[in-house]
Design a protein around this ligand. Structure first.
Ligand SMILES: [Zn+2]
Length: 468
C-alpha cells in the first residue's frame, strides 16, 4: 500500500504540538514524526504547511432521528454524520432511548438498524427510562455483547423517560456491578413540571416562558443530588450539558472530594445567552432546548471550568428539528416546542474561535476537549482521539486562519436555520480523513452512505475522569 503522507503541518496530539508528518497506511496511522519522507515511498503527498493536524473530533452527545412527543428530529444518521464530517468530527456517540418497559436489547437492535446509514464511525449510549426486574439482566447483555459501555438517565421528563431517585440509585448500583459509565441529564423534573404549569396558567405560554420554567437552581439542585447518589453508590458520574455556575460548582466540589465527577458542556451554553428568548416568539422558539440558554454570567463559569479541567468534554447535543416543528407552538404552548438545536457541524470551529483564538484555552486543550478526552472517557482511546501508529487514520487538516461567517444557507445539518448563523469564525477543516479516506475537502463532504462503522465500546474500557 502506497499510503498518504500528510506533510509539514503543526501536529497537535497527546498534549504536544510539533511540526511534522503523519503517514497513513490504509485505514490506520502508520507513523508520526518530524520527517517521514524516507519511509513514505510512493505515498500520495498532502501538503499541510500552514495548517494544524489533529485527531478527528469525537462528539460524545448527538441525537439523530430522535423520536419525541413533538415529532422526530430532523437529521437522520446519514445527514447528521455528513454534518459531523463537514465540521471535522469523525466519531459520534448517539443514544438508544427505549420506551418505558420496552426491552433494552430490542431497542438497541432497532437503533443499530437506523444507524447503519451513518457516513462516519459511531457508538451508542444506552438509556434507561424505567427500572424493572428485567433491567439489570438486559443491561448486562447490552454490555457483554451489545457494544454498550455507558448508560444515560434523565432526571427531568418524569412523565415520559425520566427516573425517580429509587430507579436512579438502582441504575448506579448496576453501574458498579457491570462497570459502565453513567451519564445523567440533571434537571429536577418535578420542579420543572410545577413551574411549567404555573407559567401556562398565568398566560405566559410563549417560548419566552421556557427559561423561566427551568431556572439555574433547577440544574444546580439536580447535579448536586445526582452526584450525592453516585457517591453513595461508589461510581463515577458524567453530567451532560452543564449550563450553569451552580451545576459546574457542584461538579467541582465533588472532584475536590476525590469523586469521579465529569462535566460536559456545549457550545450553545458557552456562547449564546438568554436574550435569545426575548422579542419575536418564532425566533425565540428556535432556541428552545433543555437546559435553556442562560444569562451571560454563567458563560464565564463554564469557560473557567474548561480551562481548569473540571469540564472535560464538549458535546454538541445535536438535535435539530424542522422549522415547522420548532415554531408550531411558539406562541401558545412552549412546553410543546421540541427541545434541541443542531451543532455537530459547528462544535470545532466555535470552540476554536471563541476558545483558542480568544486566548481562553490552549490548542492542546482544545484537541483534548473535542477529541481525546471524550475518546478516553467512552472507551475509544487510543483507537480514536490521538495520532499514534496503529490508531484509526481519523484526522483533520485544519486551516487556522480561514475566516468565514456561519450561514444557514450552507449548513449540512437539516432542519431549522442554525442558531449560530451570523457568527464570524476563524478556522475550518481543509481536509478530513475518516479511517484513511478523504471524506471532506474544503467543506464539501463526499462519503458513501453506510461507510461508518459501529464502535464496540464494552464496559470498563473508559476512564473515570479523575486524571486531568
Ligand atoms: Zn441530549
Amino acid at each position: 500500500m502506497a499510503g498518504i503522507l500528510v506533510r509539514g503541518g503543526q501536529i497537535v496530539s497527546d498534549g504536544r504540538c510539533f511540526r511534522g508528518d503523519v503517514l497513513l497506511a490504509g485505514a490506520t496511522i502508520a507513523a508520526v514524526g518530524a520527517n517521514l519522507a524516507a519511509e513514505a515511498g510512493g505515498a500520495t503527498i498532502v501538503d499541510a504547511s500552514g495548517c494544524q493536524v489533529f485527531p478527528g473530533g469525537v462528539d460524545p452527545h448527538v441525537h439523530m432521528a430522535l423520536e419525541t412527543p413533538a415529532g422526530v428530529s430532523a437529521d437522520d444518521f446519514a445527514s447528521g454524520s455528513r454534518a459531523a464530517l463537514a465540521g471535522g468530527t469523525t466519531t459520534i456517540i448517539d443514544f438508544v432511548t427505549p420506551r418505558r418497559h420496552e426491552s433494552l436489547t430490542a431497542a438497541l437492535a432497532v437503533r443499530r438498524e437506523a444507524a447503519l446509514a451513518a457516513v462516519c464511525d459511531y457508538g451508542l449510549h444506552m438509556s434507561v427510562t424505567a427500572w424493572s426486574d428485567r433491567t439489570l439482566s438486559e443491561l448486562e447483555e447490552c454490555c457483554r455483547s451489545g457494544g454498550i459501555g455507558s448508560v444515560k438517565a434523565y432526571l427531568a421528563y418524569k412523565e415520559t423517560i425520566g427516573l425517580d431517585d429509587g430507579e436512579f440509585l438502582a441504575l448506579l448500583d448496576a453501574a458498579r456491578q457491570l462497570n459502565f459509565l453513567t451519564l445523567v441529564h440533571a434537571e429536577s423534573g418535578d420542579m420543572i413540571s410545577y413551574l411549567q404549569r404555573r407559567l401556562l396558567e398565568s398566560g405566559k405560554t410563549s417560548a419566552a416562558g421556557h427559561p423561566l420554567s427551568r431556572p439555574p437552581d433547577v440544574e444546580g439542585d439536580a447535579v448536586s443530588r445526582a452526584l450525592l447518589m453516585a457517591r453513595l453508590a461508589g461510581v463515577p458520574l458524567y453530567v451532560v450539558h452543564v449550563s450553569t455556575r451552580q451545576g459546574i460548582d457542584a461538579v467541582a466540589a465533588a472532584r475536590r472530594l476525590g469523586q469521579g465527577a465529569i462535566a460536559e458542556t456545549c457550545p450553545q451554553y458557552l456562547l449564546l445567552d438568554e436574550d435569545r428568548y426575548q422579542g419575536d416568539v418564532a425566533a425565540a422558539a428556535l432556541h428552545v432546548m433543555s437546559p435553556p440558554l442562560r444569562q451571560r454570567e454563567h458563560q464565564a463559569a463554564l469557560w473557567e471550568a474548561l480551562a481548569a479541567g473540571v469540564a472535560q468534554a464538549i458535546g454538541s447535543d445535536h438535535c435539530p428539528f424542522s422549522l415547522d416543528d420548532k415554531q408550531r407552538h411558539a406562541a401558545d404552548d412552549f412546553t410543546r416546542v421540541p427541545g434541541g438545536t443542531g451543532g455537530v457541524e459547528y462544535r470545532l470551529p466555535l470552540l476554536f474561535t471563541f476558545g483558542v483564538k480568544a486566548g481562553r484555552i490552549s490548542l492542546p486543550r482544545f484537541v483534548d476537549l473535542v477529541s481525546s478526552r471524550p475518546a478516553k472517557l467512552f472507551g475509544l482511546f487510543p483507537r480514536k482521539g490521538t495520532l499514534r501508529p496503529g490508531s484509526d487514520a481519523d484526522l483533520v487538516v485544519w486551516d487556522p486562519e480561514k475566516e468565514w461567517t456561519v450561514s444557514a444557507s450552507d449548513q449540512w445539518q437539516r432542519g431549522a436555520p442554525t442558531v449560530y448563523a451570523g457568527l464570524e469564525l476563524r478556522g475550518a477543516p481543509r481536509l478530513v480523513f475518516s479511517r484513511g479516506e478523504a471524506v471532506c475537502a474544503e467543506g464539501r463532504v463526499e462519503a458513501r452512505e453506510g461507510r461508518g462503522a459501529f464502535l464496540d465500546r464494552g464496559p470498563g474500557r473508559g476512564s473515570d475522569g479523575r486524571a486531568g
